[in-house]
Design a protein around this ligand. Structure first.
Ligand code: SF4
Length: 252
């Protein structure tokens, strides 16, 4: 399974993001998340080393400064800075301050670089987390399943999760976020079954995100029974939204 040992890694070059730094504010070994998605590239929570030591603000800031100052001195470009890593970044208790520090360093070294955060949106009910996410260029927030029963099967939340609460919190973003959705099927469920798909499309219409990113399984998954969708199939799932003017990106 994919794990990140460093706090800041890269830059990695990709056609989509250009030269990109990755930031992991989770413990360096194993995975720590308040979801345990059947498709998670980091594996199951239970298979991670049970250390819950988050890198603190000072460590993350020092790692970012070191990477960015070296890249600037070497003439290496940085086009984007992306928070993802071994779990849910907003679980780091210093997350809001880490975002402040990242934006400050970005402005100092690479003012044109875009800061993105991939989050499962579970903690956006905390005002400081929501405010921090609203400050970054690309808050990429996940809604995979269109009702609590499907969330339970697909995302396996640790603790209580109510989709209606998360949707209430997402409405406060006033559409200024990117909605990310994974489409897959398993012997137990199908996220694109007609009823599930209709409800998901209605969620998109309600939240009006500035962009929708849909994708499917790409790497090894902890649940081996999962099936992926093709780009053509996903294009059909989102066509009504595209027709209504939504900006939808599909990755196969
Ligand atoms: S929210 Fe992300 S990190 Fe957490 S279990 Fe799901 S895929 Fe993995």
């Amino acid at each position: 399974m994919l794990h990140f040992d460093d706090i800041v890694f890269g830059p990695i070059f990709s056609r989509r993001l250009g030269s990109s730094l990755g930031v992991n504010v989770l413990p360096s070994k194993g995975k720590l998340c308040n979801f345990d998605c059947v498709y998670c590239e980091c594996g199951w929570n239970r298979d991670g080393i049970a250390e819950r030591v988050f890198p603190r603000l000072a460590e993350v800031e020092a790692a970012l400064e070191e990477k960015m100052s070296r890249a600037a001195a070497d003439g290496v470009p940085v086009d984007s800075i992306t928070f993802s890593g071994n779990g849910e970044p907003t679980m780091n208790p210093d997350f809001p301050e880490i975002i402040e520090a990242t934006l400050r360093l970005r402005d100092m070294y690479f003012p044109a670089a875009k800061v993105s955060v991939l989050s499962n949106a579970t903690l956006i009910g905390r005002p400081a987390v929501a405010e921090a996410l609203m400050k970054v260029d690309n808050p990429i927030l996940k809604i995979d399943a269109s009702d609590d029963a499907l969330v339970a099967r697909m995302n396996k939340p640790v603790g209580t999760y109510r989709l209606s609460e998360v949707l209430d919190n997402l409405r406060r973003f006033d559409g200024k976020f990117i909605l990310q959705t994974m489409f897959l099927k398993s012997p137990d469920f199908d996220t694109a079954a007609p009823e599930a798909l209709r409800k998901w499309q209605d969620i998109v219409r309600d939240l009006k995100p500035r962009q929708v990113m849909v994708y499917t399984i790409d790497r090894e998954t902890p649940d081996k029974s999962l099936g992926k969708y093709t780009v053509e199939e996903m294009a059909a799932f989102v066509q009504p939204l595209v027709d209504e003017g939504f900006d939808v990106k599909i990755s196969g």
